[in-house]
Design a protein. Structure first.
Length: 407
């Protein structure tokens, strides 16, 4: 009997993972080596208004051995000329930034955009409106007080480091065209604000029961969260058959794997028993009797036991074995049943040789299946391992690369 040799090889994905690690390591080594030989000459400062940072360095030549030090690199600061120039440039851009969704500062009917800082410049802003009743400090425009066109303005107080400057922006407020409904809403809002101020010392805020002679009723918005539950129930009902199908497919897949795992052992036992002179039916019976003495349930042996009991009840052996192959469903079992039925019908003299060849094939398929499962498991682990490797390499190499380029 020939015993097939196991094949040993390296998965291409293993080579890719190892190659990626070597490549990233080589890149980091080049950056690190270049930095080590040339030394660091400078650190790039963070932008105006940013924050400082600490850099850890190794100093050579200070003493007989290398010294580790921490250097604080402050953010970039303005000179006097740079500060005033930056504020002048910012002042030119502010009208476009301030207008928000309004056409311009000469036609304002909605909120203004009044930021507290200008990004990437370190310039801080304080806003001082001429009339806070018209334009609030947060940029909101009180449209209730606007009649026709009204001239006002706002002062932007800028600070850059220790330097400051002020810029004034005239603003024209225009009355927005409101529908009758919007006017009623605006008037009611104003009345509610007045009532709230008047009743501040009371335990409850009493809402008006009418407005301009019309009875009004206040209600809390309805809680519509209940509407999600019928939808969730419907989705769950739709998902149950799909989950059942998925569960059944998984069970069938697991059963198929277990059938394939049992197959080489069954064929090898048939080879041994037939070699000992037992006919196919008696060999089948022997395997079933031995299995029934065990407590572990194995699907292939369960199907063999069912087939044997069918033969005991009078079903022809060929028919019972045909049903066995159909229940197992695997191609390997169908091949085996073909050999067994041929032996039962014809008593082939080459049966033992054919059975030994089938055993060799069964063990080869078992090795292939084991290798495939191993590859599937390694594939599931490969991506997280590569991602972890990339993250570690980036965490180590990027700071070194930035330091090298800054130097």
């Amino acid at each position: 009997m020939k015993i097939p040799k196991a094949k040993v090889g390296i998965d291409r994905r293993q080579l890719i993972a190892a190659g990626a690690g070597i490549l990233l390591g080589a890149m980091m080594c080049v950056v690190s080596s270049a930095e080590d030989h040339s030394g660091i000459r400078s650190f790039h400062r963070n932008l105006y208004g940013g924050s400082g940072r600490d850099e850890e360095v190794i100093v050579s030549g200070l003493t007989d051995k290398d010294e580790t030090m921490t250097i604080h690199v402050a953010e970039r600061a303005y000179s006097k000329e740079e500060a005033y120039r930056a504020m002048e440039e910012a002042a030119k851009m502010l009208p476009e930034l301030m207008r928000g969704k309004n056409p311009g500062l000469s036609e304002v009917s909605g909120p203004l955009n009044l930021p507290e800082r200008l990004p990437d410049s370190g310039i801080r802003l304080d806003w001082i409106p001429d009339d806070p009743d018209l334009i609030r400090f947060d940029g909101e425009v009180d449209r209730k007080h606007i009649k026709g066109k009204m001239e006002t303005g706002i002062t932007a107080s800028m600070e850059a480091e220790d330097y400051s400057s002020r810029f004034y922006y005239p603003i024209t407020l225009v009355e927005s065209q409101q529908t009758d409904g919007e006017k009623l809403r605006s008037g009611l809002e104003q009345q509610l604000e007045t009532e709230d101020e008047r009743q501040k010392t009371e335990e409850h805020f009493q809402l008006p029961e009418e407005y301009e002679g019309k009875p009004i009723v206040f209600r809390k918005p309805e809680d519509r969260s209940w509407a999600a539950f019928p939808l969730l129930g419907f989705l769950a009902a739709m998902a149950i058959p799909a989950l059942d199908r998925q569960k059944k497919q998984e069970q069938e897949k697991k059963r198929g794997i277990r059938l394939q795992e049992d197959y080489p052992e069954i064929v090898s036992r048939l080879v041994v028993l037939s070699g000992a002179g037992l006919p196919v039916i008696r060999a089948w019976e022997k395997i079933v009797r031995d299995y029934e003495k065990t407590e572990k349930e194995r699907p292939a042996y369960e199907e063999m036991a069912k087939t044997w009991h069918q033969m005991e009840r009078g079903m022809p052996a060929g028919k019972a074995m045909e049903l066995f192959g159909a229940r197992c469903g695997e191609l390997s079992y169908r091949r085996l049943i073909g050999l067994l039925r041929q032996n039962i019908r014809n008593g082939s003299g080459q049966f033992r040789e054919a059975l030994e060849n089938e055993m060799e094939r069964a063990f080869e398929e078992e090795r292939n299946m084991s290798r495939k499962r191993g590859e599937e498991a390694s594939t599931k682990l490969l991506l997280p391992l590569i991602l972890m490797l990339m993250i570690v390499m980036v965490m180590v190499s990027v700071p070194a690369f930035l330091t090298f380029t800054a130097g």
